[in-house]
Ligand binder design. Structure first.
Ligand SMILES: NC(=O)C1=CN([C@@H]2O[C@H](COP(=O)(O)OP(=O)(O)OC[C@H]3O[C@@H](n4cnc5c(N)ncnc54)[C@H](OP(=O)(O)O)[C@@H]3O)[C@@H](O)[C@H]2O)C=CC1
Ligand SMILES: Nc1nc(=O)c2c([nH]1)NC[C@@H]1CN(c3ccc(C(=O)N[C@@H](CCC(=O)O)C(=O)O)cc3)C=[N+]21
Length: 287
C-alpha cells in the first residue's frame, strides 16, 4: 500500500512556527516584509501569487505586490527591482516566473540584492549552495521544502541513491545540490536522457519535476521507493495532478507526496519561513 506524505500538515505546522516568530519580532518593532513581482495575467501564476499573499497576511508578514502588464520593458522591471532593493520594509523579493519572452530573466534575477533574494535564484546564492558554504543564505523554496518534508518523515538520505528528474534552476538543480550536500548519491535525468526509467528503477528516492502528467508510473520504481512529485499538471479528466500516475495498491511505491497537498504547500510555507529568516539575518536577530 502506498503511504501519502502529508505536505499540507507539515506546511501547517511550519506556518504556525513562522507565525510565532513573526509575533516575537513584532514585539521588537520589526515586521518581516515580502514583495512579489508578477508580469502578465497567466491564471496559474496569478493563483500562486494570490496564495503567497494570502499566507503572508495570515502569518502577519507585510507584503506588497507589483503587478505589471505583459508590455513592461526590461528597464522598467530592472528599476522596480532596484526600488525594492532599497525599500527598508522589504526583506524578500520574489519575481514570479515565467517572465515574457522579451524580458531577460537572468538580468532581472541578477538585479535582486542577494540578501533579499528570497527564492534563492541569484547566482551568488546558487553558487554558495553548490559550494555547500556555511553561513546564512537563501535556498530555492521548493527543494528546501522537500528537504524539510523528508526530515519530518525521518527519511534517511546519507548514501541513498537519488534520481532527480528535471534540471531547472527553480527545482532540479538546487534539489541536486541539496541532496549532494546531504551525502546522497545523485543522478539527474532530463529530456536528453534515453529511458529515464532505467535510472528511476534503481533509486531509493525519486524527485520528479518535469511538468508532464504520467511521465512516470508504478512500474518505473523499485519496491520501497520514496517518490516526491513536484509536477503541477492536469490529468486526463482535467484535474490537478502531478508527474506520477500510480495505483493506491502499488507494489513499488512506499511513500509519495500527493498533488495537491504535497510539495506545493511546502513551497509556500518555506517561502514564508525564509522571509522571516532573511528579516532576522538582516537585523542580526536569532539563529
Ligand atoms: N509544487 C511546487 O511547489 C512547484 C511545482 N512546480 C511544477 O514542477 C514542474 C516542473 O517545473 P520547472 O522545473 O519549473 O519546469 P521546467 O519546464 O523549467 O523544467 C522541466 C524539466 O523537465 C525536463 N523534461 C522535460 N521533458 C522531459 C522528459 N520527457 N523526460 C525527462 N525530463 C524531461 C526538462 O529537460 P531539459 O532541461 O532538457 O529541457 C527540464 O529540465 C511543473 O509542473 C511546475 O508547475 C514548479 C515549481 C514549484
Ligand atoms: N519566482 C518563482 N518562485 C516560485 O516558487 C515559483 C515560480 N516563480 N513560478 C511558478 C512555480 C510554481 N510554484 C508553485 C507553488 C505552490 C504551488 C501549490 O501550492 N500547489 C498546490 C495546489 C494549488 C492549486 O490548487 O492550484 C498543491 O500542490 O497542493 C504550486 C506551484 C512556485 N513557483
Amino acid at each position: 500500500m502506498v503511504q501519502l506524505i502529508n505536505g499540507k500538515k507539515v506546511a501547517n505546522d511550519l506556518n504556525l512556527e513562522t507565525k510565532k516568530r513573526v509575533i516575537r519580532l513584532k514585539k521588537q518593532d520589526v515586521t518581516p516584509g515580502l514583495a512579489v513581482v508578477i508580469v502578465g495575467d497567466d491564471p496559474a501564476s496569478q493563483r500562486y501569487v494570490r496564495s503567497k499573499e494570502k499566507k503572508a497576511k495570515e502569518l502577519g508578514i507585510f507584503s506588497i505586490k507589483r503587478a505589471l502588464p505583459e508590455s513592461v520593458t526590461q528597464s522598467e522591471l530592472v528599476q522596480i527591482v532596484k526600488d525594492l532593493n532599497h525599500d527598508d520594509r522589504i526583506n524578500g523579493i520574489l519575481v514570479q516566473s515565467p517572465l515574457p519572452d522579451h524580458i531577460d530573466e537572468e538580468q532581472i534575477i541578477a538585479t535582486i540584492d542577494p540578501k533579499k533574494d528570497v527564492d534563492g535564484f541569484h547566482p551568488v546564492n546558487v553558487g554558495k549552495l553548490f559550494l555547500n558554504l556555511k553561513g546564512h543564505y537563501p535556498v530555492a523554496c521548493t527543494p528546501k521544502g522537500i528537504m524539510t518534508l523528508l526530515a519530518k518523515y525521518k527519511i534517511n538520505l546519507d548514501g541513498k541513491n537519488i534520481v532527480v528528474v528535471g534540471r531547472s534552476s527553480i527545482v532540479g538543480k538546487p534539489m541536486l545540490a541539496l541532496m549532494l550536500n546531504a551525502d546522497a548519491t545523485v543522478i539527474d535525468v532530463h529530456s536528453h536522457t534515453d529511458d529515464i526509467s532505467k535510472y528511476t528503477k534503481h533509486a531509493d528516492i525519486v524527485i520528479s519535476a518535469v511538468g508532464k502528467y504520467a511521465i512516470l508510473n508504478d512500474d518505473d520504481f523499485k519496491p520501497g521507493a520514496v517518490v516526491i512529485d513536484v509536477g503541477q499538471n492536469m490529468d486526463e479528466n482535467g484535474k490537478l495532478a502531478g508527474d506520477v500516475a500510480y495505483k493506491a495498491k502499488s507494489d513499488n511505491i512506499e511513500f509519495i507526496t500527493p498533488v495537491p497537498g504535497g510539495v506545493g504547500p511546502m513551497t509556500i510555507a518555506t517561502l514564508m519561513q525564509q522571509t522571516v529568516d532573511m528579516c532576522e539575518w538582516s537585523k542580526k536577530i536569532g539563529k
